[in-house]
Write a protein that binds this ligand. Structure first.
Ligand SMILES: [Fe+2]
Ligand SMILES: [Fe+2]
Length: 322
C-alpha cells in the first residue's frame, strides 16, 4: 500500500473512532463539567487526504518562553479536552482533571498510632525514627522546606509498590484486587501535595540537591525492601505517614500562634480539594494532614493483610479513600 492510500485508510479509521473518543464515563458529581473534545477530523493535517479542510490542533498553552501559543500539527486524532468549571471558566490544570478532585475528610483521627509489638513492627518503627532525626535537625521549624522534602519522599512508596504489584499481576496471571490503582492514587496524591507547596515556595538549589540525593537513595532502598517484604515496606510507610501527620500538626500550631504567616491558599489547592475561594494555607495544611492520615491507615492495613496471611488479590483495595 502506498503512502497516499495508507493516509486515506487512516483518515477513514479516525473518522470512525473520533465519536468514541469523546465518550467516557464520569461520576455523578461531574455533572457540572463540560468537555469539548475537538473532532479528530479537525485536528489532522494528513489523515483525511483532503489537506484543505484540516486544521492543526491548537493548545491553550505550550509553555514557550515568550508566552506565545503554538499549534501542534498532528494526524493521530488525540482530542485535547477543553474543560470548563461549574461557573463556565476554563479548567486551567493539565496535571489533574475535575473528576480527580475531592473534598478531604478532615474528621479522620489524626492521633491514631500502630503500636509496634512484633519485631517487624519495631524494626519499621525505629527505621522511621532514625530517619526523622537528621530531618528534624536540618529543618527544625522551617515547615515549608520540610514539607517539600517530605512530599518528594512520600511520593515514592506508592509508586514503587504500585509498579511492583503491576509487574506481579501479569507475571502471576492474577488480579491485583485494585491495590495497584490504590497505591498509584496515593503516589499521585502525594505529588499533588508537592505541587501545592511549590506554588507557595520555590526550593533553593541546595534543597533541590538534597531532594535529588534523598530520592535516589530512598527509591532504591524502598524498592529492595518491597521486593524482600511488602509487609515491612507498608509498615515503614505507615509509620512515615504517622510522622507526616505529626509534622503537619506542628505546622498548624505555628500557623495558629502566628509564627508562620497564614497566606491565602493557592488556586491549585482550591480546585484540587474543592475548597472555598477564601481558604488559607491553614485550610490547605489541614486537608493535606487528613490525606496523610488516610495514607497511614491504608499502609498499616496493607501490612496487616499480609501479616495475617492474606493476599492483596483477595482483599478489595480502598480505592478513592481520602
Ligand atoms: Fe503528602
Ligand atoms: Fe502521605
Amino acid at each position: 500500500m502506498n503512502h497516499s492510500a495508507m493516509a486515506k485508510v487512516s483518515g477513514l479509521l479516525l473518522r470512525k473512532v473520533s465519536p468514541q473518543a469523546s465518550r467516557f464515563s464520569r461520576p455523578a458529581y461531574m455533572g457540572w463539567m463540560t468537555v469539548h473534545p475537538m473532532p479528530a477530523r479537525e485536528q489532522s493535517t494528513l489523515a483525511s487526504g483532503d489537506a484543505k479542510e484540516e486544521k492543526p490542533i491548537q493548545v491553550p498553552k505550550t509553555g514557550s518562553e515568550n508566552g506565545e501559543q503554538k499549534a501542534i500539527v498532528s494526524y493521530w486524532g488525540v482530542p485535547p479536552a477543553n474543560l470548563t468549571k461549574e461557573d463556565g471558566s476554563p479548567w486551567k490544570w493539565h496535571c489533574f482533571r475535575p473528576w480527580e478532585t475531592y473534598k478531604a475528610d478532615i474528621s479522620i483521627d489524626v492521633e491514631k498510632h500502630h503500636k509496634p509489638v512484633k519485631f517487624m513492627d519495631k524494626f519499621a518503627y525505629w527505621t522511621v525514627q532514625a530517619l526523622k532525626i537528621p530531618t528534624h535537625m536540618f529543618f527544625q521549624r522551617k515547615h515549608m522546606c520540610h514539607a517539600m522534602l517530605l512530599e518528594t519522599v512520600a511520593a515514592v512508596p506508592g509508586m514503587v509498590g504500585g509498579m511492583l504489584l503491576h509487574c506481579q499481576s501479569p507475571r502471576r496471571f492474577e488480579q491485583s484486587g485494585g491495590w495497584i490503582k490504590a497505591l498509584l492514587e496515593e503516589a499521585e496524591n502525594e505529588r499533588m501535595h508537592l505541587m501545592t507547596f511549590i506554588e507557595l515556595a520555590k526550593p533553593q538549589w541546595y534543597e533541590r540537591a538534597i531532594v535529588f540525593a534523598v530520592q535516589g537513595v530512598f527509591f532504591n532502598a524502598y524498592f529492595l525492601t518491597y521486593l524482600a517484604s511488602p509487609k515491612v515496606a507498608h509498615r515503614i510507610t505507615g509509620y512515615l505517614e504517622e510522622e507526616a501527620v505529626r509534622s503537619y500538626t506542628e505546622f498548624l500550631k505555628d500557623l495558629d500562634n502566628g509564627s508562620f504567616e497564614n497566606v491565602p491558599a493557592p488556586a491549585i489547592a482550591i480546585d484540587y480539594w474543592r475548597l472555598p475561594a477564601e481558604s488559607t494555607l491553614r485550610d490547605v495544611v489541614e486537608v493535606i494532614r487528613a490525606d496523610e492520615a488516610h495514607h497511614r491507615d491504608v499502609n498499616h492495613y496493607a501490612s496487616d493483610i499480609q501479616c495475617q496471611g492474606h493476599q492483596f488479590k483477595d482483599v478489595p483495595a480502598p480505592l478513592g479513600y481520602h
